[in-house]
Design a protein around this ligand. Structure first.
Ligand code: HEM
Length: 277
């Protein structure tokens, strides 16, 4: 093997090192079901507030909740765009979804309101049942309806929802007629007072699920579009991607070393062979 061939091998191996370090970082940029929750400097207190430009969005698919209620499978909303952010000890979540008609008024008994909700576990170390938790694993539900009402609920399974006294959840909502899109922001202190209120302490990532009701399609209570469990990465940093990159880079360096040593070995063996001739 000539010196040139050796260097070509070394060059290729070096490219491999860089690629093996960079590609996993790019491909694994966001684990499945993660909704990024960066700390944001800008204002988040508004459906279209400036700070939302700083928070990446996750597209979350929705499907009919299997509640067994009549028409439960008839839901219109197929996905919701979710952003989350932290600022000054508060947590914010913005949901945006398509709806061709804003249903804000339910004064007629046959009319139902558009609505949206965010569900989080009371005990952040354990993921509850998606269908609004269970008696042994309760959930908090932040519930907005298009008449401007916001409720903070506690649930331990279907049919068990009760409202907290002294609500700590705030919302801002706006409907864009041109884009046929609702934008709703939910906001709460990360660690509010009160029994059974989820404390977002930073000890765990936060499981979170979403629901949307289309009032024009008579959706209400158990007839709604819901997500699977997602999570906000607010727990201790497990060093995920950078750590993986270091391992990949070390693997690449090992490959370079093997290539160089093998090439040198072959050269030496050849020159010794030549010497014997
Ligand atoms: C995926 C499985 C789910 C099933 C089968 C289900 C079923 C039901 C049922 C039967 C009700 C009516 C009885 C009650 O008020 O408890 C209900 C109400 C409710 N659910 Fe769920 N649910 C599911 C998931 C969710 C999720 C993920 C959320 C929030 C993100 C949520 C939020 C609510 C709210 C706010 C109400 C009260 C609505 C109202 O007052 O009209 N549910 N659900």
């Amino acid at each position: 093997m000539t010196e040139r061939t050796t260097w070509t091998f070394v060059g290729l191996a070096a490219i491999l090192v860089v690629a093996s370090a960079a590609i996993p970082a790019l491909v694994d940029a966001r684990p499945a079901r993660e909704v990024p929750a960066p700390t944001v400097e800008g204002n988040l207190s508004g459906a279209n507030a400036d700070g939302w430009a700083e928070a990446p969005a996750a597209e979350v698919p929705l499907a009919a909740a299997p509640s067994g209620l009549p028409n439960a499978e008839s839901v219109n909303t197929r996905s919701v765009e979710v952003q989350a952010a932290r600022a000054d000890g508060d947590v914010f979540v913005r949901l945006q979804w398509q709806d061709t008609e804003a249903s804000r008024n339910a004064s007629n008994p046959n009319a139902f309101l558009d609505g949206a909700a965010v569900q989080i576990p009371v005990d952040t170390s354990e993921q509850p049942a998606i269908a609004m938790g269970s008696q042994s694993n309760l959930v908090n539900v932040w519930y907005w309806t298009a008449d401007g009402d916001t409720e903070e609920l506690l649930a331990g399974g279907q049919g068990s929802t009760t409202a907290f006294e002294n609500e700590t959840v705030r919302t801002w909502a706006s409907y864009d007629d041109g884009e046929d899109t609702w934008s709703v922001v939910f906001n709460r202190e990360a660690e509010p007072d009160g029994d059974n209120r989820t404390a977002i302490t930073g000890e765990d990532d936060l499981d979170v699920a979403f629901a949307v009701w289309d009032g024009a399609n008579d959706e209400r209570s158990g007839q709604k579009a819901v997500s699977e469990w997602y999570y906000l990465p607010v727990g201790p940093d497990d060093g995920g991607t950078p750590f993986a990159s270091i391992l990949w880079a070390l693997a690449g360096i090992a490959i370079v070393a093997v290539v160089v040593l093998t090439a040198q070995g072959i050269r030496r063996a050849r020159s010794e062979g030549d010497g014997r001739l």
